[in-house]
Design a protein. Structure first.
Length: 378
C-alpha cells in the first residue's frame, strides 16, 4: 500500500500520497490534494488515491484548465441532448467558466466548488443579484456530469463535484383549480383563438410544449386517440420543434367527446385563419395550433396570454403548467386509477405520480375504506 498522510491545511483537510519514484532521479514522488471539509472525507479520498496507485491507474499530472475541458465536453454533449437541454448546459458552462474556468481541472476541490455555489446564490447574476437555488442546482448537475466524464477519461483521479453539496431546491407549491373554477376560466377563454389549446391541456394533462407540438397526423379521430411524439419549446428566444422530454413522454392518450369536439373546432378555425393569411401562410408544418401566419406558437407568448385570461376570469392565479396538475388532481379525485393517470401524464413510474399528488391520495384512501366497509356491512 502506498504511504500517505492526512493533515489540516488552509482551513480544511488535505492528504499526501506517494505515487512512486521518478524513473530518472529515483526521488520519491508525492501527490497533494486539499480542500476537504472533514478529516473523514480526506481519509476516504486518501484511501481511494492509494488504491489507484496500487492498481497502477495513477492519473498523470496535467495543466488542463476547467474552461478548456468544458469547451470540448460541451461540444460532445450536443448530439446527446435535446436542443433545450443543451442550451441549459451551455448556460451553466458559461457560469462555470466565468467563476472556476481558470483553475486546473485536477486542482478543483469540493470545498472550492461549494464556495462557488454560495457565491452564485448570493450574487451570481451580472447585475449583482443572486441566482435561484434551482439554477445553481442545475449548474451543479452539469459540473458533476462533466467531471464524471473527466474521471472516466483518466483526466482527474476523482470527481470533486460528486463530493460537493449542491443547494437544496424546494418543490414549488402546487396550485390547481376546482372543476367550477376551470369552467369559469373556460367561459372567458372562449374569446381567445387559443381556446381549444386550453381545452386540450385541461382534458389530457399534456405539457405546454406537447400540445403546441401536436400535429393533425398525430390524431386518430375514429379511435379517439392522440399520439404525443414532438414538442415545441424556446431555446435562446427561438422557437424550436424537438423531441419529447423523455422516452416515456412519447405516448398515446385516449380522449373523449369534449376533446374531439375542440379539435374539430380547431380544424375549422385554422381553415379560416389560413384563408385570411393567404400567401403568407406557412405550409411547412402540420401543427394543430399555429400563430396567425401558420408558424409554431411561441410557448412563452402562450403562457403570457393564459395569464391575462386568468386575470380577466377572476379565478385563483395559477401557471399554465398547473392545468396539467389540475387534470391529474381532478382525475385522481374522480377515482381514476393512479397507474392510468401516470401513463396519461407520461411519468416514467407510478411512484412519481403518487409523490407529486400525495395531497390527493389520503382522500382516495378514505373513499376506499368507505367502499370496502359498505360492501361488508351494508
Amino acid at each position: 500500500m502506498a504511504r500517505g498522510s492526512v493533515f489540516k491545511r488552509s482551513g480544511g483537510w488535505a492528504f499526501k500520497v506517494d505515487t512512486g519514484f521518478h524513473p530518472e532521479t529515483g526521488k520519491r514522488r508525492q501527490s497533494l490534494k486539499q480542500g476537504f471539509r472533514t478529516k473523514r472525507e480526506a481519509e476516504a479520498a486518501l484511501a481511494e488515491a492509494q488504491k489507484t496507485v496500487l492498481d497502477g491507474t495513477v492519473v498523470a499530472n496535467s495543466n488542463m484548465r476547467l474552461d478548456d475541458f468544458l469547451d470540448e465536453w460541451l461540444i460532445g454533449q450536443e448530439a446527446r441532448l435535446r436542443p433545450s437541454s443543451h442550451h441549459s448546459y451551455v448556460m451553466a458552462g458559461k457560469r462555470l467558466k466565468r467563476h472556476l474556468g481558470k483553475y486546473k481541472l485536477q486542482a478543483l476541490t469540493p470545498l472550492q466548488i461549494e464556495k462557488f455555489y454560495a457565491e452564485l446564490l448570493d450574487h451570481g447574476q451580472r447585475n449583482g443579484k443572486g441566482l435561484s437555488p434551482k439554477t445553481v442546482k442545475n449548474t451543479h448537475v452539469v459540473l458533476r456530469k462533466a467531471l464524471a466524464d473527466a474521471e472516466r477519461l483518466g483526466l482527474v483521479h476523482r470527481n470533486a463535484a460528486a463530493a460537493a453539496r449542491g443547494p437544496t431546491v424546494q418543490r414549488p407549491e402546487m396550485s390547481t383549480w376546482s372543476s367550477d373554477q376551470l369552467k369559469t376560466f373556460s367561459q372567458v377563454a372562449k374569446e381567445s383563438r387559443m381556446r381549444n389549446a386550453f381545452t386540450i391541456l385541461a382534458t389530457t394533462g399534456m405539457r405546454r410544449g406537447e400540445a403546441l407540438g401536436l400535429r393533425w397526423g398525430d390524431i386518430d379521430f375514429d379511435s379517439a386517440q392522440i399520439a404525443i411524439v414532438q414538442t415545441v419549446s424556446t431555446v435562446d428566444s427561438k422557437v424550436v420543434v424537438g423531441q419529447p422530454k423523455t422516452a416515456g413522454s412519447r405516448r398515446t392518450v385516449y380522449v373523449h367527446d369534449a376533446t374531439i369536439r375542440a379539435l374539430r373546432q380547431q380544424r375549422q378555425l385554422q381553415a379560416e385563419e389560413r384563408l385570411a393569411a393567404g400567401p403568407a401562410w406557412d405550409t411547412d408544418n402540420d401543427l394543430v395550433f399555429r400563430n396567425l401566419t401558420g408558424g409554431p406558437v411561441n410557448p412563452d407568448w402562450f403562457s403570457r396570454h393564459f395569464d391575462k385570461l386568468v386575470e380577466k376570469a377572476d379565478v385563483p392565479r395559477i401557471r399554465l403548467h398547473d392545468l396539467r396538475h389540475t387534470n391529474a388532481t381532478l382525475s385522481l379525485k374522480a377515482g381514476v386509477h393512479p397507474k392510468v393517470v401516470s401513463e396519461r401524464l407520461g411519468h416514467s413510474t407510478i411512484a412519481i405520480t403518487l409523490d407529486l399528488y400525495s395531497h390527493v391520495t389520503p382522500g382516495i384512501s378514505r373513499d376506499a375504506a368507505a367502499t370496502v366497509e359498505s360492501m361488508m356491512f351494508d
